[in-house]
Design a protein around this ligand. Structure first.
Ligand code: DNO
Length: 349
């Protein structure tokens, strides 16, 4: 596995100099943030980003994300224009030697939480999700927007989008995803860029909008739409693991053995009720997921691709983007590296 760290570009309060000092850190997961969703990414801008990262002794392991325009997800006639732009971006990323692209197909809202600064017993703060609270939120106010999102919409845009999505149920969303994949994956193959869809977070429908990348069955359906290692998955433990019916290590092993795991997001969460959870420290004893079992699953298919610690808590007085501080994610990274080293050495004995 290649340990990597998400970096939100030059406006990120965490400099690349600090990230490099985390033991075992090889890669950066990042994106270009000032290009409107749907437009093609120019090669020069990609090269500039690549140079910045490489000057700091690391490489770009993954672009997370190249966001998918809503017109593609809704299936509007304008989608073809945006798909052409997406193809240009993939070709340019290929020219720059970027190996993996992470994206998602969630309507309107990316990952969603009910509170960003919930205080845990040790005084740290974490992101939490409580279904009851989310059900009471009004998505049309424009106030639901997380600082880590790649896309968010204004109030007026939200009304229009919700109107469009009235005609998009789960099957329609699958159809639109299939259309997108059939266009995009041949280009990804040619450009040698592995695509890695991110599962829905949380893995169930919210605000009446459909969500389809949620469990083993749907991941199986997804990979069968286009049979290619370039049509792969981001296996995110915190997203899929939020549903206690998902056996995340088993799913990871299963899709890994099929050669479809192109990226791993590793974090722990604690189930606090049906459809409710808290984000916890990465270490197994703090959450509901067995992180050692996740590492073992990755070793079972000799994973060589990128992995990143996912959201961290805010600790030691740090302030910043919720989920994306330096300290707890750095602790998460070194913990995962430790588990991996132990597992590798254990198997060599
Ligand atoms: C949350 C992230 C997601 C992810 C996108 C991928 O922290 O994992 O925002 O980047 O869903 O497109």
């Amino acid at each position: 596995m290649e340990m990597s760290f998400r970096w939100y570009g030059k406006s990120d309060s965490i400099p690349l100099e600090y990230i490099r000092q985390i033991p075992g850190m090889k890669g950066i997961v990042t994106a270009i943030y000032d290009i409107p969703v749907g437009e093609a990414w120019p090669l020069e801008k990609i090269m500039e980003l690549k140079k910045t990262v490489e000057e700091h002794g690391m490489r770009i392991s993954v672009i997370e994300s190249v966001p998918v325009h809503e017109d593609i997800k809704i299936g509007l006639p304008t989608r073809d224009k945006y798909i052409e732009n997406y193809k240009t971006t993939i070709r340019n990323l290929g020219k720059a030697g970027i190996p993996v692209v992470c994206y998602n197909f969630m309507p309107v809202f990316d990952w969603t939480r009910s509170q960003l600064d919930y205080q845990l017993p040790d005084g740290s703060t974490a992101l939490i999700y409580e279904e009851e609270i989310v059900q009471k939120m009004d998505p049309l106010t424009g106030e639901i927007s997380l600082p880590g999102w790649d896309t968010s919409y204004k109030k007026e845009e939200l009304h229009e989008l919700f109107d469009h999505y009235k005609n998009v149920d789960e099957e329609k969303l699958w159809e639109n995803l299939e259309y997108f994949l059939n266009e995009i994956i041949p280009v990804a193959e040619e450009a040698d860029v592995k695509m890695a869809i991110h599962p829905d977070d949380p893995p169930w429908g919210i605000f009446g909008l459909p969500r389809i990348i949620t469990n083993k069955e749907s991941l199986e359906r997804f990979i069968s739409i286009y049979d290619s290692p370039y049509n792969g998955l981001t296996m995110c433990s915190g997203s899929l693991g939020a549903d206690p019916d998902n056996d995340f290590p088993e799913m990871l092993r299963y899709f890994g053995k099929k050669g479809r795991v192109n990226f791993v997001h590793a974090r722990n969460i604690k189930h606090t009720g049906p459809k409710s959870f808290q984000e916890s420290a990465h270490v197994s004893e703090y959450g509901s997921l067995d992180m050692y079992e996740i590492i073992r699953a990755m070793k079972d298919f000799d994973y060589t691709g990128p992995i990143r610690p996912d959201h961290g808590r805010m600790i030691w007085g740090e302030t910043g983007k919720p989920g994306y501080g330096l300290y707890d994610r750095a602790l998460g990274a070194t913990y995962l590296i430790g588990l991996w080293e132990a597992e590798v050495k254990n198997r060599q004995r």
